[in-house]
Design a protein around this ligand. Sequence first.
Ligand SMILES: [Zn+2]
Ligand SMILES: [Zn+2]
Length: 212
Amino acid sequence: MIIETRAAPPFFKNGFVIGCEETREGIVIDPGDEVAELVAAVTQHGLTIRYILLTHAHLDHITGVGAAKKALGVPVGLHREDNFLYDGVVQQGQMFGLRVEPQPKVDFFYDGPGPWRFGNYGAWVHHTPGHCPGGVCLAIGRDGADERTLIVGDTLFAGSIGRTDLPGGDHPLLLQSIRTVLFAFPDETVVHPGHGEPTTIGRERRTNPFLK
Ligand SMILES: [Zn+2]
Ligand SMILES: [Zn+2]
């Protein structure tokens, strides 16, 4: 599996390009201010992108959607319960004192777990509300194999968890999502958070101070 991560100021939010090394099909996840670097990684790997998938609709995860869609010409998916945040991206920017461009409408909502396929891989959608109402984690893996790589948005970080003080945030619900959905994956599962370094389910289960 090809996986490329990029981050840019001011939020240093991770955007991802994930690809099938055999068929050269791929997906882009959470294009933000680093979108030009993501598109460059797509070109560098010779990938044909099938979808732009969003973990949630906070502004740092969506400010590059319009540019990514223009460059790649593929549909954009989001969980329905985050559409109010998506449509309010300009107002989200104002909360941070930033001028943000409106983004094109999303093309589809995640109705069911998927998978959204690219080459020999799929991205299965797991609803993990708490950081925001429509937050999801994307479990990515090969068709017919058990191993998954998790793209968790801002639900879980290495040594921390997502903030719940923004509109629609719910701290007990976030803890429940992590414990019931993410911790159902085996310890060796690699986790790519929306900010910072990768970790594993086992490491967070053992050492994350918010989940003791
Ligand atoms: Zn967020
Ligand atoms: Zn974020």
